[in-house]
Design a protein around this ligand. Structure first.
Ligand code: ATP
Ligand code: MG
Length: 358
């Protein structure tokens, strides 16, 4: 548990969940953006479980093409394919009594998902080119930065496998949503990488810490770790400060406070007109008009934010000061149109005069 640094409420909740789940053998699905610490959660789960006397075996499902991934996971028998000069056990066999960590599960090809489902159901499988049934008892923990529910809807992830894996879901939030953890993480990372500073005492200036607390952290804790290591080796805090400020400036330049667009009266009036028309002449109830107006205005503002960020949803979420996930839901719910990739359109700050609301 000491592996996971942080005292923010989401991190405390994750630590609690880990304690509750350990030794239940229920499949765990760890979700979160890249670099948030999903692998660390998987390691903590294994280390705290009774299975810690055995191995935690990791397979990165995005790193290998389908057939290679199959033989990596399930092993193969001699002669199964050209080059299979002797039999080889797969990672599932190695994880017997221990933990199987399936990283980037969202990238597993569909045919292999079927075989994995079978292992999860029966605890048994056959090596590639083999007939003998091999039984395994491994705790299966999977991780992904995909929205698997959306992948299921798109037909690229099996629904039955999703429900099998998703018995316990641990969502690791992005660093931007738990910035209070940054000082503790910095301290931890300075200690962790002590050896690279060759005995010099390195500190991070208050100025840089302040910049860190305002930054958007698209690469999450991994990005923070890379900056800390860089400072420890190069001692170039000033250059780093400038780089990060520049990056922050690019994503917020088109949205300085004076430029923030807000709906004016004529726009609100036309929303009202629209609602009236929809209510077929009757005057709509205040509740109804409030709901519809807010949804329509949100859609317009989201489309505007997406235009300004050239369709980059992470940056748009930052502009709108909502979480990335909330933005994805809103895009879906309000049927938001993604901008066309036309740079001139992106720079256009005003809304078109004849904006339609439907
Ligand atoms: N809460 C934390 N405390 C200490 N170190 C952390 C924490 N979160 C992440 N790290 C460190 O940040 C780096 C990235 O973490 P990790 O590899 O677990 O992320 P991930 O979510 O699996 O990323 P990816 O999706 O890119 O594989 C690692 O070096 C890890 O040790
Ligand atoms: Mg990982």
């Amino acid at each position: 548990m000491d592996l996971i640094i942080g005292n923010s409420s989401p991190i405390r909740r994750i630590k609690e969940l880990i304690c509750q789940v350990v030794d239940t053998d229920l499949n765990v699905l760890i979700c979160g953006e890249s670099g948030v610490g999903k692998e660390l959660v998987a390691l903590s789960l294994h280390n705290l479980s009774k299975r810690n006397k055995h191995q935690i075996v990791k397979v990165n499902c995005a790193a290998l093409p389908g057939e290679l991934l199959e033989s990596e996971l399930f092993g193969y028998e001699k002669g199964a394919f050209t080059g299979a000069v002797k039999s080889k056990p797969g990672k599932f066999e190695m994880a017997n009594q221990g933990t199987m960590f399936l990283d980037e599960i969202g990238d597993m090809p569909l045919p292999l998902q079927a075989k994995l489902l079978q292992v999860l159901q029966d605890g048994a499988f056959a090596r590639v080119g083999g007939l003998e049934e091999i039984n395994v008892n491994a705790w299966v923990i999977a991780a992904t930065n995909h929205d698997l529910e959306q992948d299921v809807q798109k037909g690229i992830f099996r629904e039955d496998l999703f429900y099998r894996l998703n018995i316990i879901k641990i969502v690791v939030p992005p660093l931007r949503e738990r910035k209070e953890d940054i000082p503790l993480l910095i301290e931890h990372l300075l200690n962790k990488h002590q050896s690279v500073s060759k005995g010099r005492h390195i500190t991070i200036s208050d100025r840089l810490k302040k910049i860190f607390s305002e930054y958007y952290w698209p690469g999450n804790v991994r990005e923070l770790e890379n900056y800390v290591r860089r400072i420890m080796v190069l001692g170039d805090s000033d250059a780093l400060e400038e780089e990060i400020l520049k990056r922050m400036d690019v994503s917020t330049r088109e949205c300085s406070t004076s430029e923030i667009w807000a709906p004016d009266e004529s726009l609100l009036n036309s929303v009202l007109e629209n609602c009236k028309q929809e209510a077929q002449g009757k005057f709509p109830s205040l509740k109804e008009i409030k709901k519809k107006s807010v949804a329509r205005i949100e859609r317009i503002v989201i489309e505007e934010a997406l235009r300004r960020t050239k369709g980059n949803r992470k940056q748009a979420a930052q502009l709108l000061q909502i979480s990335y996930k909330a933005l994805l839901y809103k895009i879906k719910d309000f049927k938001v149109k993604m901008p066309q990739k036309n740079p001139e359109e992106v720079l256009e700050l005003k809304l078109p005069e004849n904006t339609s609301f439907i």
